[in-house]
Design a protein around this ligand. Structure first.
Ligand code: LER
Ligand code: MN
Length: 280
């Protein structure tokens, strides 16, 4: 069970993420025993790759995944924007995110950068743009050996790929073998009929997990049954990261510390499930 936490590289309006001096935050995370950091990056052209690489090596941390949602959340650009310049910008940024990810063997998240179908007057045109642009960027990712992960997001933030099932059906019907699903417990609590049912339906496609409770705070502060979720994931042999993506309450360092303490309790369960399976 590998643990990471989402930190924003630049300041952002998005509130369910760690913000501050990411270098200092990373050192503190390594000290608490984190294996990785997920970086949400607003502008991939701003990154000093060599510096970032030596920073992660020094701390023995993995750059797990790159979040791209701020391109839409803060900048209004998406793969289906009705404005061609904004569409191009989202596409060029994704190409750069992919280059960066290939250096770190990180995954690239396709979440809010999808945009909303309702940004268009015609849903049909929006879907055509999605299909065209996503398949194009998926080929770029494949050439670079990078895995894309589509994140089902709740209906209040976007209006397509709200559920695991529709995301899995899209991936499978297009034979996208370098594309998986990012399962976010906060969004899934709003959209899924059952956590177990969705996780079973897409068992071989779940490649990354975001953890927050029903109120998007620290796990244990809402009503999500994490034990059930983890049990299904362990049984499905999920081997990816569990990235904390939550409102940093009461403050970021306390949240980072509480999150890994909470998750470490489940490491024991994970071993038990593996042992049970081994003995069958
Ligand atoms: C990002 O991982 C997320 O969950 C969204 O709510 C915003 O990008
Ligand atoms: Mn998320």
């Amino acid at each position: 069970m590998k643990i990471s936490y989402v930190i924003s590289y630049e300041p952002t309006k998005f509130s369910a993420v760690g913000q501050g001096n990411w270098k200092e935050i990373g050192k503190i995370m390594a000290g608490f025993g984190y294996e990785g950091i997920e970086l949400a990056i607003k502008n991939p052209f701003n990154i000093d790759v060599a510096e970032l690489k030596s920073y992660f090596n020094r701390l023995h941390l993995e750059l797990v995944a790159i979040g791209t949602g701020q391109v839409y959340f803060d900048g209004g650009c998406s793969l289906i924007s009705p404005e061609i310049e904004k569409r191009k910008k989202a596409f060029n940024f994704l190409e750069e995110y992919i280059k960066l990810a290939s250096v770190f063997d990180a995954k690239v998240i396709i979440g809010l950068i999808r945009g909303r179908l309702s940004d268009h007057t015609s849903k049909y045109k929006a879907l055509i743009l999605w299909g065209k642009n996503f398949l194009k960027i998926s080929k770029t990712a494949k050439r670079a050996g990078v895995e894309l992960i589509i994140e089902p997001i709740n209906r209040y933030e976007t209006d397509y790929f709200n559920t695991v099932r529709e995301t899995a059906d899209f991936i499978e019907s297009n034979n996208l073998n370098n594309t998986g699903i990012l399962f976010d417990t906060f969004h899934s609590n709003i959209e899924e009929c059952s956590f177990e049912g969705s996780l079973k339906y897409a068992s071989n496609l779940i490649k990354h997990v975001h953890i927050a409770d029903s109120n998007r705070n620290f796990p244990g502060s809402g009503h999500i049954d994490f034990k059930k979720i983890f049990q299904v994931l362990f049984k499905n042999k999920y081997s990816g990261y569990f990235s904390g993506e939550m409102r940093p309450i009461p403050d970021l360092i306390t949240s980072i510390k509480n999150y890994i303490t909470y998750m470490n309790k489940f490491k024991i369960n994970e071993n038990l499930v593996h042992l049970e399976m081994h003995n069958k």
